[in-house]
Design a protein around this ligand. Structure first.
Ligand SMILES: Cc1ncc(COP(=O)(O)O)c(C=O)c1O
Length: 335
């Protein structure tokens, strides 16, 4: 019988990532104990949550005989940077199709941060102009690989399909083991959600571990969170069907929380900037302006309004992204 540990996976991440106490939050807000799961420390050229997904995606690419990988993202995509790093590590060519998804001209948004790293990591960058379609660019890139006799493997935005989500099933198992070792029963894991693979993997993983831990995704991506929740529900069901085909369907309780996106994906908010400062100055933990900073703003707001009980243990999943801090200097001006 194939077990979860037999699934094809390449080793890219430094795991287990630390699970650390965020003591200063309890001092400041009272209430539950808050822990931070340091997936910003997965180690692959800056790390972040995509590294775990890429362990399964790159294994699938290699099993299919691919010599090249193509993926998509915003100009400052962490997923794109980690894909470029995974390809560099595995000796694969990497094409990144990058969209100007964020209306930002200030700072070094179009040159520095993750974009600089993508280039250093040896990826070919295909920058779309406003209105240009990613699909047309993809076809062009695939045709170039085909003409050169190279097989290419395409990873969807954010690595969020049933293969990529396996990385977070594995993370859920890791969290469950760390909590067992410390005698913690986590009431909830809170994290930034955008393309949904992280949340789906965690939901499926906790279900398979028999844990009722809530997975609370702070929406940092879309004004239409109902669609995002539907997508997460479908992807979780797909992952569970793959890993436990006989498991009886039960409500998954997908929780996508609104109120922290601000004016849109990648657009800074005051609450994000404040949350980044709280964690940096209080804990020496660097969050990011697009994902984990907004997710932490969500958690701080929940702590302020006492959304959890005193005796709860909560885990904030740090999904990475600090490589983009320096292209958002104006968001932190005057702090
Ligand atoms: C730093 C960071 N946090 C969170 C996320 C969201 O993860 P997911 O796309 O799996 O919802 C991303 C994805 O782009 C990310 O780069």
């Amino acid at each position: 019988m194939t077990t979860f540990d037999d699934l094809p996976r390449v080793t890219l991440a430094h795991v287990p990532t630390p699970l650390e106490a965020l003591g200063s939050l309890r001092e400041q807000f009272g209430g539950p104990r808050v822990w931070i799961k340091r997936d910003d420390c997965t180690g692959l050229a800056g790390g972040g949550n995509k590294t775990r997904k890429l362990e399964y995606l790159i294994a699938e690419a290699e099993a299919e005989g691919a010599q090249a990988v193509v993926t998509f993202g915003a100009l400052q995509s962490n997923h794109a940077r980690q894909t470029a790093a995974a390809c560099a590590r595995r000796g694969l060519a990497c094409d990144l199709i990058l969209a100007p998804a964020v209306a930002r001209t200030a700072d070094d948004y179009e040159r520095s941060g993750n974009l600089l790293l993508d280039d250093l990591l040896g990826a070919r960058l295909h920058r779309l102009s406003p209105g240009q379609k990613a699909q047309a660019m993809l076809e062009d890139v695939l045709a170039q690989h085909a003409a050169a006799g190279r097989r290419a493997y395409v990873i969807p935005t954010g690595g969020s399909n049933a293969t990529g989500a396996l990385g977070y099933v594995r993370a859920a198992r890791e969290i469950a083991a760390q909590c067992r070792d410390r005698g913690i029963y986590p009431a909830a894991v809170i994290h930034a959600t955008s393309t949904g693979g992280t949340q789906s993997g965690l939901l499926a993983g906790f279900r398979l571990e028999g844990l009722s831990t809530r997975v609370i995704g702070i929406n940092v991506y879309t004004p239409n969170s109902a669609d995002l929740a539907t997508r997460i529900e479908a992807l979780t069901a797909e992952v569970l069907a793959r890993l436990a085909p006989g498991m009886a369907p039960a409500p998954l309780g997908v929780e996508v929380v609104d109120g922290f996106l601000g004016d849109g994906y990648g657009v800074p908010t005051e609450a994000m900037a404040a949350a980044v400062r709280v964690l940096a100055s209080g804990e020496a933990v660097l969050l990011d302006p697009v994902y984990s900073g907004k997710a932490m703003a969500g958690l701080l707001a929940m702590l302020e309004r006492q959304a959890f009980v005193e005796d709860d243990d909560l885990i904030f999943l740090h999904t990475g992204g600090a490589q983009a801090l320096s292209v958002y200097t104006s968001a932190f001006a005057g702090g």
